[in-house]
Design a protein around this ligand. Sequence first.
Ligand SMILES: [Zn+2]
Ligand SMILES: [Zn+2]
Length: 350
Amino acid sequence: MVTMEGVILPGNSTVEFREFEVPEPGYGQVLVKMKASSICGSDIRAIYRAHLGKGPEGYQPGTIAGHEPCGQIVKVGPGCKERQVGDRVVIYHISGCGVCEDCQHGYMISCESSFRAAHGWQRNGGHADYLLAEENVCIVLPDSLSYVDGALCACGTGTAYEALCRVGLNGNDRLLITGLGPVGLAAAQLGKAMGAKPIIGIDVSAARRKLAEDLNLVDYTFEANEDALGKIKGVTNGKGCEVSIDCSGAPAARLLALQGTRQWGRCAFVGEGNTVEFDVSPLLIHQQITIYGSWVTSLYHLQQLVEHLDRWGVHPDITCTDRLPLKGAATAYDLADKGQTGKVCIVFDE
Ligand SMILES: [Zn+2]
Ligand SMILES: [Zn+2]
């Protein structure tokens, strides 16, 4: 039996290594040699600190972690149709039942069937040398994109792209982003490529504001405090932004995103967890604002995203500040948990 080491998350802010059999691809499945497998905020929030996730966010104890996998196909099972050995692929990280309305739309994230399983949650993920995936969720990575680019697209950058598509972001819009963690940075990077200007980023962390500035992804950054709204208004002719997106999940940041949205504007909530409370009439109804909720992305939008990144010459991997080998997984999770860095990614030997 050929084995590999895989990372599991016991749920007490630690990382454990376990021995797993290298799987054999079954019908319609492929075996992918992992090249990059990044850490998402959801891993920290719902699994790493404690197993808080329920339903689709319920972590099956003993499952190999990592739901942002990217690698190269090394074996194809019987019945595979298009994917071949040697293909560089990003894996849409949820396989669904394939027959419900959500799956038909490519939103396997929203599939409610008992057949639904997400890598890193209910089926083995990318924090091991190999990953067993369904052929039909493997998207070929354009040559210009790196494996780290691909990994980031599998959840975080895909989530930012989906939200910007949902609100119809375009070159007429100014963009306000509350929360400059990995998803916020991705929203800035994609928002810029889609023509939004200026882009305003808000965060409590000076390190994260500096990173967004150093990467040249934002036009302004402001500290998240009681002066932030005035500063946002100050650089938008007193009006606020046509589009705002909260990527933090913090109640105060959600409120700020809404307050910083221009009349008739669109506001998206992407950051998970917590609550929000606001005066509905003055802030929402009288402002004629539309609020959107947006959860991860669809298979088709992931495909579209990597195609656009290739065309735009945009590389999500520039937001990856920390790359560690699989052996350094404990450090990687600790860094991601501290929330002061950009994206943290496990990388494998080429
Ligand atoms: Zn995620
Ligand atoms: Zn389904």
